[in-house]
Design a protein around this ligand. Structure first.
Ligand SMILES: [Zn+2]
Length: 189
């Protein structure tokens, strides 16, 4: 017989690993947050209780915590494919984790393509050469959170990726489907 205990968020193992990979602080006290629900709310369990904010942990909190722990362990071993796989499982659990997933991606990739409805958001580092080359494509740069980046219609995505590859010839780009395009290796699909 298996007894399932409610997870004690603060005494679980790997708490510091989770804090590191989530890298999100409580808006109220500044403490680094360790569980997915708190990270989504940006408020820790102690502050929620202190402020009388009654929020249940997300139904998927336990599974999400497990994925985040495993992703953190894989990240500490520089096992990027496993990190990417676990983060895509996290997103599949609940779209509420999309922003968390993108924070994790952001730590590993400067260049990312994110699906945004029918269109895409392409995130790049600031680079004047890139801006000059993208200008003729008449793209709109969105500064709106959660993701600042170039809004790219689907029909222009390949062209934009080609421009990025020309400007950052040794970089890798995380594509919207979770695959990684390494420009330097010449393996563009
Ligand atoms: Zn707090």
């Amino acid at each position: 017989m298996t007894t399932i205990h409610p997870p004690d968020i603060l005494s679980e193992p790997f708490t510091s690993l989770r804090r590191d990979i989530l890298d999100i602080r409580c808006l109220c006290c500044g403490a680094k947050l360790a569980d997915p629900t708190s990270a989504v709310l940006k408020l820790g369990p102690h502050c929620r209780q202190r402020l009388g904010i009654k929020t249940r942990f997300l139904k998927s909190n336990t599974e999400a915590t497990d994925l985040i722990v495993r992703a953190a362990v894989a990240a500490s071993q520089h096992d990027l494919p496993t990190v990417l796989d676990l983060v895509s499982q996290l997103r599949a659990l609940d779209p509420v984790f999309d922003a968390l997933a993108d924070r994790v991606y952001a730590r590993f990739f400067d260049l990312r393509v994110i699906r945004d409805g029918e269109d895409f958001v392409v995130v790049t580092p600031y680079d004047p050469t890139l801006i000059a080359r993208l200008k003729p494509l008449r793209l709109y740069f969105s500064k709106l959170p959660p993701t600042k980046g170039w809004r790219v219609p689907a029909e222009k995505l390949d062209e934009v990726i080609d421009v990025i590859a020309a400007v950052f010839p040794r970089a890798s780009l995380l594509n919207h489907d979770g695959s990684v395009i390494s420009f330097g290796a010449g393996v563009r699909a």
